[in-house]
Ligand binder design. Structure first.
Ligand code: XLS
Ligand code: CA
Ligand code: CA
Length: 437
């Protein structure tokens, strides 16, 4: 059975093509800076948005049909898996990501739920073997069910903590069974609404305990991939503990988890934290915890997580600049944690949205490569800090200077006369010339 019968395989046709169902800029096997575009970008499909989300919002029911002709929940889970692989094949997407509950629905008990997961995991394994598609990362949905109303690992209720641990254990097992390259913790409800009812210290200690146990268990069953934390400042809780990359880094270091975790940076979460996407990537890269990316964009006029397909090439270029500077992806990739707008409710819209996102990142990769080969921006930055390469600056960097010596230096100087322009506009002009020249 074909679920997207009217749509064929999407191919690269170049920017002049007027065929909406073609790539204009993503040419998977074209080599850029020594690697194919496919290898650089490692695109992944997000099971929850693409296969499951029907366009519901706070004000209205779904607008898109994601029933895949099924009559009952397990038939739906099976059909969805077949449709997912058809979609990945047609879009030439090599990876996917999922939450446990995206692939199989919960049953009345945990044991029955796990049996359902086993059945669908076996089917997905079969489809992966047949098509060569791979799992970028798996995760557990520990935020949707009402049992998690006060959090999962940070719940005030120890029974909830235990249930979450059991769910995560199973999600790790199926991730390993499917050869996943990563496992994500996104703290959906790991935060608080008010400190009046919250023991923040215990909640954070408990979250760290859960993560430590999860890592140890995963390693004990042979998981060699990366663990990721996905920072997000708010929504659904008012304050989330994984606020941004810098906050997560402090948490990981406090609890000795920094050797085991990297970041899964989401563009829209960066902007919700009042950072640019590039800022979050830079903090991760500078601290050796750059891992993977949830590629989307938010709406700058809205303060919530709109998870739109990325189309802003300025942002994708600066993102790919950071990715290349970080040495490229190892186990990570670009997961489209993005959904079509509620009014874009056809299967064709799903394809057009992925094409938009893949082309936007292909353009971003092309621009980032040009920025690096052009060299003017990198040269400007290194020259801007040249005063640290010799004299007093070198002593500061080497740690061989004291406060007294710096005072003597400043007294002899009288005042600073060496500041030069930051030339932001010069650099912005270069960016535009590279992008559109
Ligand atoms: C929600 C998050 C979520 C994670 C995985 O805002 O983006 O989808 O990526 O749980
Ligand atoms: Ca995400
Ligand atoms: Ca999001």
């Amino acid at each position: 059975m074909e679920y997207f019968a009217n749509i064929g395989k999407i191919k690269y046709e170049g920017a002049q093509s007027q065929n909406p169902l073609s790539f204009k800029f993503y040419n998977p096997d074209e080599v850029i800076a020594g690697k194919t575009m496919r290898e650089h970008l490692r695109f992944a499909m997000a099971y929850w948005h693409t296969m499951c989300a029907e366009g519901t919002d706070m004000f209205g029911v779904g607008t898109a049909d994601k029933s895949y002709g099924a009559a009952d929940p397990m038939e739906l889970a099976r059909n969805k898996a077949y449709a997912a692989f058809e979609l990945m094949e047609k879009l030439d997407i090599d990876y996917f990501c999922f939450h446990d509950r995206d692939i199989a629905p919960e049953a009345a008990t945990l044991a029955e739920t796990n049996a359902r997961l086993d059945e669908i995991t076996a089917l997905i394994k079969e489809l992966m073997d047949k098509t060569g598609k791979k799992l970028l990362w798996g995760t557990a949905n520990c935020f949707g069910n009402k049992r998690y109303m006060h959090g999962a690992g940070t719940s005030p209720n120890a029974d909830v903590f235990a249930f979450a641990a059991a769910q995560i254990k199973k999600a790790i097992e199926i991730t390993v069974a499917l050869g996943g390259d990563g496992y994500v913790f996104w703290g959906g409800r790991e935060g608080y609404e008010t400190l009046l009812n919250t023991n923040m210290a215990l909640e954070q200690d408990n979250m760290a305990r859960l993560m430590r146990m999860a890592v140890d268990y995963a390693r004990s069953i042979g998981f060699t991939g990366d663990f990721y934390i996905e920072p997000k400042p708010k929504e659904p809780t008012k304050h989330q503990y994984d606020f941004d990359t810098a906050t997560v880094l402090a948490f990981l270091r406090k609890y000795g988890l920094d050797k085991d975790f990297k970041m899964n940076i989401e563009a829209n979460h960066a902007t919700l934290a009042a950072h640019t996407f590039q800022h979050e990537l830079r903090v991760a890269r500078d601290n050796g915890v750059f891992g993977s990316i949830d590629a989307n964009q938010g709406d700058m006029l809205l303060g919530w997580d709109t998870d739109q397909f990325p189309t802003n090439v300025y942002d994708t270029a600066l993102c790919m600049y950071e990715v290349i500077k970080a040495g490229g992806f190892t186990n990570g990739g670009l997961n489209f944690d993005a959904k079509t707008r509620r009014g874009s409710n056809t299967a064709e819209d799903i394809f057009l949205a992925h094409i938009a996102g893949m082309d936007a990142f292909a353009l971003g990769l092309r621009v980032a490569d040009k920025m690096i080969r052009d060299g003017r921006i990198d040269k400007f930055v290194s020259e801007r800090y040249a005063s640290y390469e010799s004299g007093i600056g070198k002593k500061i960097v080497d740690g061989t200077v004291t406060m007294e010596e710096l005072e003597a230096y400043a007294l002899a100087m009288g005042d600073v006369t060496t500041n030069t322009s930051g030339r932001q506009e010069y650099l912005e002009n270069i960016m535009n010339a590279i992008m559109f020249g």
